[in-house]
Design a protein around this ligand. Structure first.
Ligand SMILES: Cc1cc2nc3c(=O)[nH]c(=O)nc-3n(C[C@H](O)[C@H](O)[C@H](O)COP(=O)(O)O)c2cc1C
Length: 204
């Protein structure tokens, strides 16, 4: 009998521990800040073949510093080429056609939970990649603080802030950040400092 009681106590403790774990996990995702980003691996300009995208490196730094949740914009059908030149051709064609490539929605969190959304992507031909416009036009980001960030190889922020404000007029767009893609791979300490300084100035 004593043996059965012991087993019941151990099982109860196990259930309690599992419940506590669940509560902790929910608290971790209780943030009202979200980082949304698009980024490519494969062959990229000036850095060769990379297995973590430049913009995704900056996105991680922002999420780490602010405790934000994250969502990566991934194409529903990933037809983007692995080689740089082929990718630039497709991206240019999409821009000329004002294409609206579909993205995967399964992991998209409930956006109403967030008051601040950092939104990042590489500069593609002087603009947001077209898939980001699909996102802006499909999702409800109205009434939120939106903070753009980008990685690039010379073009800087490329008007990402103004284009974002035009795409989502009922939002408040804060000062954006532009980082060299090459620095994300090769000078991460510098990038980390730049990201931290920018976040501090914004009050995060
Ligand atoms: C399709 C394409 C177009 C690009 N156009 C520009 C551009 O107009 N200006 C610029 O500075 N960099 C441009 N780049 C370089 C990328 O912005 C840069 O390598 C960026 O860091 C890549 O980020 P990712 O690894 O997150 O995708 C382009 C790269 C690609 C693949």
């Amino acid at each position: 009998m004593k043996h059965v009681q012991n087993i019941i106590v151990i099982m109860l403790m196990f259930v309690l521990l599992m419940t506590a774990g669940t509560v902790c996990a929910q608290t971790e995702t209780d943030s009202d800040i979200l980082v949304i980003y698009f980024s490519r691996t494969g062959e990229q300009y000036t850095v060769g073949v990379i297995d973590k995208g430049n913009t995704s490196i900056v996105a991680d730094m922002i999420a780490e510093a602010t405790g934000a949740d994250m969502f990566e914009v991934l194409p529903e059908e990933d037809y983007y080429p692995y080689t740089y030149n082929a990718l630039t051709d497709i991206a240019l064609q999409e821009q000329r056609e004002k294409a609206r490539p579909a993205y995967q929605k399964e992991e998209l969190p409930e956006l109403s939970q967030y008051s601040t959304v950092f939104i990042g992507a590489p500069v593609w031909w002087g603009d947001w990649p077209m898939i980001m416009y699909t996102f802006f036009e499909n999702e409800d980001l109205a009434g939120k603080k939106l903070i753009p960030f980008t990685t690039h190889e010379g073009s800087g922020l490329s008007g990402f802030d103004k284009k974002l404000a035009a795409a989502i007029p009922e939002s408040e767009v804060l000062t954006g950040l532009a980082i060299r893609g090459n620095d994300c791979q090769n000078r991460q300490d510098n990038v980390q400092k730049t990201v931290s300084d920018w976040l501090s100035k914004l009050g995060y």
